[in-house]
Write a protein that binds this ligand. Structure first.
Ligand SMILES: [Zn+2]
Length: 189
């Protein structure tokens, strides 16, 4: 988890414009951040914006997600049809259908659960090809996820997050955990 200053330093290393500012209120909070690639025309460098009205762990996750867009845009190319990627809070279902969004989420997932931790948390036996049919994290795995987030990031969903946002944050926790689980099961990473 990085402070805003730490994220700014990281953005400077990546040579992207960085904008971090709070966007409050229900509608404001809905926007977690966005990435604008340099092909937009007006920018010499890509731009990452993160909404700092969110919990610091969410802000760092948003940043990583946008860095994921940056990596795919700069390294893989092919991003010219979508110059701006908005990250809407809790809108993870749509990410599953958009390869660019899913790739960006992979960045968050792997950063949040390094391999040894992923192997410990997602120890449930999986067989190849189960991913498409996997619906739920087990209760035990979800408890481990909560314990991990508390221990490493000091993050506690029920104690720190306002009720109105809790469902979105829970969606995010489940989404990134399941994605990490899928990466482990399918690619052994
Ligand atoms: Zn995105």
């Amino acid at each position: 988890m990085y402070s805003t200053t730490g994220l700014a330093e990281w953005a400077a290393v990546l040579d992207v414009h960085f904008n971090a500012a709070p966007n409050e209120g229900d509608e404001g909070l809905a926007l977690r951040g966005f990435y604008v690639n340099r092909k937009e025309g007006t920018l010499k460098r890509p731009l990452i914006y993160v909404n700092t009205a969110h919990h610091p762990l969410a802000v760092s996750s948003t940043f990583l997600h946008e860095v994921g867009h940056h990596m795919s845009s700069e390294i893989l190319g092919g991003d010219e049809h979508t110059p701006v990627h908005f990250f809407i809070d809790g809108d993870y279902a749509s990410h599953l259908e958009q390869p660019a969004e899913l790739a960006a989420d992979v960045m968050v997932s792997i950063a949040g659960y390094p391999e040894p931790i992923a192997r410990k948390i997602f120890a449930t036996a999986w067989e190849w090809g189960l991913v498409a049919r996997a619906k739920d994290l087990t209760e035990a795995a979800l408890s481990e996820v909560r314990r991990h987030l508390k221990k490493v990031y000091g993050f506690d969903l029920t104690e720190q997050i306002p009720a109105a946002q809790m469902l979105h944050y829970l969606s995010g926790m489940i989404h990134f955990a399941k994605l990490r689980w899928a990466l482990l099961a399918e690619y052994d990473i």
